[in-house]
Design a protein around this ligand. Structure first.
Ligand SMILES: Cc1cc2nc3c(=O)[nH]c(=O)nc-3n(C[C@H](O)[C@H](O)[C@H](O)COP(=O)(O)O)c2cc1C
Length: 223
């Protein structure tokens, strides 16, 4: 891979497709993987709490352990790296680490728009002080980690690589096999490498069909 390859961004978006067949001989080094994950982690997140952890599968043994967990999807082995994007169910625990340095640095907007650090931290704690049945933590983990996963796929494409996202895996088996602490939940697997077979052709709905201008009309419940 040449990290110098940087296509025009709109071309990157249009040319990214879900690749399922990767060249097993193609190697990506650790530094390149770090660069990809650094770009993935520049995604936005609620309160900038950065609700993601990346488990990078590069070693043959680990990839083979992942294979049955991923329902035998061969791309997890053949890809140069398969990244499991995990969501953080306790991202409130990141608040001090995220805001401490900004507050110490005396930045003008150190409290993310709040009047004081106490109000900021209280807001975050209040949001996370929900009982176990509340979907809030899970929703936050999934939506924020998904943004990082999308950036990962686009960064890969911009760097001349291909990718394939997967939810076709057993999250419980993943947690067990790779000793994932309860704080994190597996959200998505992303295989990254060099395609040896192009992605299946796909289409999208015409944009007109996906837009609702300024709210649905009354009575459109069955649309
Ligand atoms: C959340 C998510 C889960 C997916 N899971 C799988 C999967 O388990 N296996 C697979 O082969 N493709 C999977 N895909 C790829 C989709 O099938 C693919 O993105 C879709 O058909 C559109 O194709 P394109 O991305 O090539 O345009 C997944 C995509 C997303 C976004």
């Amino acid at each position: 891979m040449s990290s110098a390859v940087q296509s025009d961004f709109l071309t990157v978006i249009r040319e990214r497709h879900a690749v399922r067949y990767f060249d097993p001989t193609h190697h990506i080094n650790e530094q390149e993987i770090m660069q990809l994950l650094e770009l993935a982690g520049s995604a936005p997140s609620s309160w900038n709490l950065q609700h993601w952890k990346f488990v990078a599968f590069t070693e043959t043994d680990a990839k083979h352990k992942l294979l049955p967990v991923a329902n035998g999807q061969r791309q997890v082995v053949d890809a140069s790296v398969t990244v499991a994007v995990l969501g953080d169910l306790e991202a409130n625990r990141n608040a001090a680490a995220v805001y401490g340095p900004v507050i110490e640095g005396g930045s003008e907007d150190a409290y993310a728009g709040y009047a004081s650090s106490r109000i900021l931290f209280d807001q975050i704690e209040k949001a996370y002080a929900v009982d176990a049945s509340s979907p809030y933590r899970r929703d936050e983990a999934i939506r924020n980690a998904s943004l990082a996963a999308m950036q990962l796929m686009l960064a890969a494409k911009a760097m001349g690589l291909d990718s394939g996202p997967m939810v076709g895996f057993d999250p419980d088996a993943f947690v067990k096999a790779f000793h994932v602490p309860p704080r994190y939940m597996p959200v998505l697997l992303v295989a990254i490498g060099k395609a040896i077979k192009p992605a299946r052709p796909t289409t999208r709905f015409p944009v007109e069909q996906t837009i609702v201008w300024n709210g649905f009309d009354p009575g459109s419940a069955n649309l």
